[in-house]
Design a protein around this ligand. Sequence first.
Ligand code: NI
Length: 238
Amino acid sequence: MSQRKHEATPFKWDQVVSPEQMLVDLERELSRQRSLERNRSFQLVMETAESADTSDVPTLLEIVRLGHPTLRDIAQPVPSQVLGTPVFRSFARSLLASMFEAEGVGLASPQVAVGLRCFAYYVPSMRQEQAFEVAPRVLVNPTVSLGNEEVQDWEGCLSIPALRGQVPRAHTIHVEGWDVEGQPVSFEATGFHARVIQHEYDHLDGIVFLDRMPSTLSLAFEAEWQRYVLPRSREKEG
Ligand code: NI
């Protein structure tokens, strides 16, 4: 999901890897894991891989746009055996890095053309003294239960650049899933936090925010939205 307003990013990257290469690396890691499970030196090799991982620089992934087939596919569950491995940690960090670089608040794996059920997100803080309401994280193989109350608000998407539209979403949700290391997570989210998760979760099922709009009447380009729509909605609130 794209941010409401632009903020300076503290991150810098100099390496770019294609989504195709990232998928090849993941597949290679999976087959390595399978062969290592039959090998008694598994532990030793894992330790070596982990120590090599510490010098790893997050790589920047290309964000694909509407029209790319991965955005309309049902993503596959992340295989549990890759959780906590160097290659999956590296992929998760790259997803976070690419999200910050694009000035987004959420980025789902299908948006970097990797059809896996995971996404990066964070919730920026409105308070000066605090950087995040919810710190940057990656959710893996999530399930989302929706509460009954719906609220309408503006959304944008890094795969649908420069467009904004009003989308109804559940105000409260319950989320279950795993973190990058394979630890289970379970929590309630409300408001903008719940909205970001619902938006990113939709990407795992090939759904974009345009599909959730009850009407295209609110659809606006970001520049025109800033200039005409936002002042009017503030007038209504005030
Ligand atoms: Ni999106």
